[in-house]
Design a protein around this ligand. Structure first.
Ligand SMILES: [Zn+2]
Length: 277
């Protein structure tokens, strides 16, 4: 009777093992010394094996489903300029910045034009975003409209070649230091991911300046972007972390869950993923 009860108890702990790994493991160890029968002493070791197997399975599962920004950080390849080459360019969690660039020739395969107001002319590639971000942007603009505000999309996807031209032009006009502060080296622009859009107030369409935050649209964007899966990617006073001055107009799609956490913690993507010590 006692044996049967023990086996039942054991099966119970195996079944709930996933949810209560720590407590059952502890309970099991405390229970073992009270068992005198040899045969039963073997059983707990099976249980331990099961626990170990479960832990291993869980670890394997985690390494494939968890974001790679953190776990593979030290395994990333480094290019000739000392920049890390990200290995998850298609992830909505990808972090591209002045230290981390997209692989050579990366181009999203699902670029579309969201159905929103644009500043750029029809057919301009900067009207494009990846599908998931485009759908979210449409909802963001609808949300603003419902609150009586009109946003306009200024600049979304930017190819490697386009970024290269912008950067080299900036260097030629303003010098290397200025260029590195205000524009991204080719491969390091978040716009190349197809997940970022520069957004302006329809009334002040050409104003991509910090003063955008003083407009009602800028305020609205700061307060509501996360509800649609976007973050203000370069917040004020975080230049040292993001590598960029305040850009209240630059939103980046990361999905609602991460966007909400980043918003609530008033943090940056780098800090959120532990890439900033
Ligand atoms: Zn931007």
């Amino acid at each position: 009777m006692k044996e049967k009860l023990f086996v039942m108890l054991l099966m119970g702990t195996i079944l709930v093992g996933c949810q209560q790994e720590n407590s059952t493991d502890k309970d099991q160890k405390e229970e073992t010394p009270t068992v005198e029968n040899n045969q039963q002493e073997e059983t707990p070791s099976d249980q331990e094996k099961n626990d170990q197997q479960e832990e291993q399975n869980k670890a394997e599962e985690a390494s494939t489903t968890e974001d790679k920004n953190v776990s593979d950080e030290e395994e990333l390849k480094v290019d000739e300029n000392g920049l890390l080459i990200v290995d998850n360019p298609k992830s909505v969690e990808v972090i591209v910045n002045k230290q981390r660039r997209l692989p050579d020739g990366y181009e999203p395969t699902d670029l579309v034009e969201p159905n929103v107001s644009f500043y750029a002319e029809e057919g301009d590639p900067k009207r494009q975003l990846r599908q998931i971000a485009a759908t979210a942007l449409e909802k963001l603009f609808e949300g603003a409209k419902a609150d009586g505000l009109e946003l306009v999309a200024v600049s979304g996807y930017r190819s490697y070649d386009r970024q290269k031209a912008i950067y080299e032009n900036n260097v030629a006009q303003n010098g290397q230091e200025h260029a590195d502060k205000y524009s991204a080296r080719p491969g390091t622009s978040e716009h190349q991911t197809g997940l970022a859009m520069d957004v302006a107030s329809a009334a002040l369409v050409s104003v991509l300046e910090p003063s955008f935050i003083q407009t009602e649209e800028g305020q609205w964007l700061e307060e509501h972007a996360h509800e649609y899966g976007f973050i203000i990617r370069y917040p004020e006073g975080k230049d040292d972390i993001t590598g960029y001055s305040y850009e209240p107009w630059h939103v980046r799609y990361v999905g609602k869950e991460i966007a909400t956490e980043v918003y609530e913690q008033q943090t940056t993507l780098e800090e959120f993923f532990g890439l900033y010590p």
